[in-house]
Design a protein around this ligand. Structure first.
Ligand code: NAG
Ligand code: NAG
Ligand code: NAG
Ligand code: NAG
Ligand code: NAG
Ligand code: NAG
Length: 384
């Protein structure tokens, strides 16, 4: 039996200016430095709201959503299927209406009782001042429910430090051939035809601070959440830490740290649909032989049909000094041919509990023959 302790913070929208202490810090390793958060030019938090239509096209020549993993014995709910998506986001429900970005990432059918998706995607905006900025959504989407709510867990560019939620409502659902999710016979694969699903009403609520936890009076046994005084976690002032690491993605040779675990049979020129699992060394210098301070563990999915655009989902697991055992979690969009790619830091553990921030990735070296890459990661992390 596993007991799970859940610590839930109520995060309110704070309109205050962020205060963060300077770290006078004992930096035993010297790779992390403290910065004055004012350097990030963080001002007031803003609440933005917008509505988009998300088009998941699984059929035809121009499919934007392809199944890359399909268990041999598919259940009626499609449990186990993984689709990689590069779905258009438009202002109106018609595919021909104004395109403002793309939803890139994947979803996994992860419910055995209904069609329930875990969605992990970046909304990469391409219009106006939002061009190049992203928001990252990770949540549960039970597609036959009228309304599904998923958290916005981070953002980049204009949406740095974003938090919030999206509400998804299906607009149209094409159940051609009446087969939504019926496992008919062995060779006919059930096809989930979400020709035009739905969409999204957004509330982006960025908020920096844990505001308040009410004391809980009611104590019935179903209530497994209890309120704690945040002081019990000894959360003090938020700090801004800055560090630079080199990330080594080694795909070749006997010591590869990045392996393709999913490869669609028809790989396009942008590799759409490929998934690599990584355990990449993080070093202080660009050379692999320089000081190792941790590893980047997780995976990336090639989720763009127009360029090499990755959804990256990884933990930086530190192994040095006081950071040993601590992690930060990065989940974001990485169009690798761009000079600078910004991805949100969406969480952390140990030393980096409650972390938020962003990393900027710049390619240092890439070997065109092997695909091996060394990428500089500059990290800005707010944590306690
Ligand atoms: C695919 O896209 C091309 C160019 O945008 C278009 O001409 C064609 O009709 C589309 N095919 C389908 C099946 O939608
Ligand atoms: C796959 O499905 C068939 C028929 O339903 C069943 O006989 C078989 O045991 C299943 N195999 C696995 C590995 O679940
Ligand atoms: C968005 O930015 C890209 C690259 O920075 C540029 O090529 C493109 O033209 C821009 N699109 C719009 C609509 O501004
Ligand atoms: C793999 O690692 C081993 C041990 O670290 C080393 O001896 C060997 O040269 C490496 N091989 C390659 C191809 O880098
Ligand atoms: C795979 O590619 C071939 C050649 O480009 C094409 O004829 C075939 O229809 C493709 N198959 C799928 C499933 O897309
Ligand atoms: C980091 O922690 C692990 C487990 O706690 C320990 O085995 C290892 O020696 C530590 N490494 C360093 C460099 O302190």
């Amino acid at each position: 039996m596993v007991r799970i302790l859940l610590i839930l913070f109520f995060i309110l929208s704070s309109s205050g200016v962020i205060r963060c202490a300077r770290d006078d810090g004992d930096n035993d390793l010297g790779f992390m430095t403290s910065l004055d958060p004012k350097l990030l030019n963080l001002k007031e938090e803003k609440l933005s709201h917008f509505r988009l239509y998300w088009h998941d096209i699984t059929s035809g020549n121009n499919a934007t959503s392809i199944s890359v993993v399909r268990p041999s014995n598919l259940s009626a709910t499609g449990f186990g299927i993984i689709n990689v998506i590069d779905d258009p986001l438009t202002l109106g429900p018609k595919l021909s209406s104004k395109l403002v970005g793309r939803a890139q990432g994947f979803y996994t059918l992860s419910s055995q009782e209904e069609v329930g998706l875990l969605m992990s995607m970046n909304f990469a905006f391409t219009e106006g001042k939002y061009n190049g900025s992203t928001i990252t959504v990770l949540g549960r989407n039970t597609v036959f429910h009228k309304m599904r709510e998923m958290p916005v867990i981070g953002g980049s560019g204009l949406f740095r430090f974003a938090r919030g939620y999206v509400q998804a409502r299906t607009h149209t659902f094409n159940m051609k051939t009446g087969d939504a999710i019926v496992d008919s016979c062995q060779n006919t694969k059930p096809e989930l035809k979400m020709v035009r699903i739905l969409l999204l009403l957004f509330f982006i609520l960025s908020s920096f601070r844990v505001i308040r936890c009410a004391r809980d009076d009611g104590d019935d046994d179903r209530d497994f959440l209890t309120s704690l005084d945040p002081k019990s976690l000894s959360l003090k002032e938020e700090k801004l830490s800055h560090f630079r690491l080199y990330w080594h993605d080694i795909m070749s040779g006997s010591n590869a740290t990045s392996i393709s675990v999913v490869r669609p049979s028809n790989v396009s020129t942008t590799g759409f649909g490929i998934i690599n699992v990584i355990d990449d060394p993080l070093t202080l210098g660009p050379k692999l032989s320089s000081k190792l301070v941790g590893r980047a563990q997780g995976f990336y999915t090639l989720s763009s049909q127009e360029e090499f655009g990755l959804l990256m989902s990884m933990n930086f697991a530190f192994t040095e000094g006081k950071y040993n055992g601590s992690t930060i979690t990065v989940l974001g969009r990485n169009p690798i041919s761009h000079k600078v790619r910004e991805m949100p830091v969406i969480g952390g553990s140990g030393f980096f509990r409650f972390a938020r921030g962003y990393v900027q990735a710049r390619t240092h070296t890439v070997n065109m023959n092997t695909g091996d890459a060394i990428v500089e990661y500059t990290c800005y992390v707010l944590h306690y």
